[in-house]
Design a protein. Structure first.
Length: 428
């Protein structure tokens, strides 16, 4: 966490403002500016929590805010407690508490034991900029609410940030979805996180996701979701990383490319390697193409790296894919509202038909990858290695990073794709 006080700015302040609103100490505009109203809300919260009301968010205040970051709290059981009384105390529902505590007998609650209490709001925020901290705290919250959701760390970034993967479902069919290979395409991260939450909630409540019963979908398929392949790059683009040697190094790299805005135009990992040009699928051809374009050394985008899989984030994604052995992959990018489905002359069985089903449900066009971007990508390697359906989904339209005002439409367009990716491969 970062210490926040009057005058602080950035996505961490947005997350703070959201947490204060959730806790009932708003309303605040989540503008990322720690001004007078935010300071007053922090002081009111600190007073309510019995903390010194200095208006500074340090470690103690951060810990006190944690339930409103992660979406759950812990209740120590007392004599006479019941799920019903706990639900009323925390303004939540018995169903949520039952889901989060499958090992507890509601008729024999152990005095002194602990109950996970999900709060009344969705865990995944969709109206603020995302950072590695938002990813980490949201993952914690989802895992607490839905204990059938498994969480793993598939690797670490250059800086050492964990790269989480979430999985749910019990079926033999396996699909693997990832987002944010490119830093300034981070809006795809909350797309996958919101989908994970909606799918888990629908399963817990015997509901539907898009047009399908969640329990049936998860009985046939196991989903593996990597929401943020490039956490360091995301932090740079959204303004969470603003100083230190890695920031200074990135800024120096960007200075050699004055036509690419910094940090908004940054697609690469923090060392200037484009992660979606890192896979062993004609990597040498990608190098030839990008070198001819002038990207011969670390850059905000389009530098292929020193060798395939030389970036730790790409290596983590590669190794994880091998361990999952999925029937289908989706790699989320922005922008263009396009579905890229093919690599060279590879045409895996059913891949064209699935692409057109995705198109019909989303309104996105089906196209072949342009030559200049057609080598060494994650989708390319997957198709080459497995001869199975793999897709790059270019969500939204405009200039990256896309504004959050597009999020709801992007999510609505892509929810059918996310569901159909499992439905159309189950049983194959």
């Amino acid at each position: 966490m970062k210490i926040m006080k009057f005058g602080s700015r950035g996505p961490q302040v947005q997350f703070l403002q959201l947490a204060l609103n959730r806790a009932g100490y708003g309303p605040l505009v989540t503008d990322g500016i720690f001004g007078y109203r935010t300071r007053s809300s922090v002081q009111a919260f600190q007073t309510g929590m019995g903390l010194g009301a200095d208006g500074i968010v340090g470690p103690r205040t951060d810990r006190a805010l944690m339930p409103w970051y992660t979406g759950f709290t812990r209740h120590t059981l007392r004599r006479g407690d019941s799920f019903y009384s706990i639900a009323r105390m925390h303004h939540t529902t018995v169903r949520r508490i039952e889901t989060a505590n499958p090992g507890l007998d509601p008729y024999n609650l152990p005095v002194g034991g602990t109950v996970i209490v999900p709060l009344s709001f969705p865990v995944v925020p969709t109206g603020i900029a995302w950072t590695s901290e938002v990813v980490a705290r949201t993952v914690i919250g989802l895992a607490a609410r839905y204990p059938f959701l498994e969480v793993d760390t598939i690797g670490r970034s250059v800086i050492g940030t964990p790269i989480p993967a979430l999985s749910l479902g019990t079926g033999q069919n396996r699909v693997l979805y990832n987002a944010a290979h490119h830093a300034n395409e981070w809006i795809t991260t909350p797309v996958l996180m919101k989908f994970t939450e909606e799918l888990a909630a629908a399963y817990a409540n015997d509901g539907t996701v898009w047009q399908y019963a969640a329990r049936e979908v998860l009985a046939g398929t196991r989903f593996f979701i990597v929401p943020a392949v490039d956490p360091d790059g995301i932090d740079l683009v959204t303004g969470y990383l603003t100083d230190g040697r890695f920031y200074d190094s990135a800024r120096a790299i960007a200075a050699d490319y004055p036509d690419i805005p910094f940090p908004a135009g940054w697609k690469a990992n923090i060392l200037g390697t484009d992660l979606n040009l890192q896979y062993p699928a004609e990597w040498e051809q990608a190098r030839e193409v990008k070198f001819a374009q002038g990207f011969v050394s670390p850059a905000p985008r389009d530098f292929v790296g020193t060798a395939p899989l030389s970036a730790p984030e790409a290596r983590a994604m590669y190794d994880f894919t091998l361990s999952v052995n999925p029937a289908l992959i989706l790699a989320y990018h922005t922008q263009g509202e396009v579905i890229y489905w093919k690599y060279l002359d590879y045409e895996p069985e059913n891949s064209r038909a699935i692409a057109y089903r995705f198109s019909a449900a989303s309104g996105y066009l089906v196209e072949e990858t342009p030559y200049g971007s057609g080598f060494a990508g994650y989708k390319d390697w997957f198709i080459q290695n497995y001869d199975r359906p793999g897709y790059t989904i270019e969500a939204g339209k405009g200039t990256n990073p896309l504004p959050l005002s597009q999020f709801e439409r992007i999510y609505a367009d892509n929810l059918p794709i996310l569901v159909l990716g499992a439905v159309l491969t189950a049983g194959t």
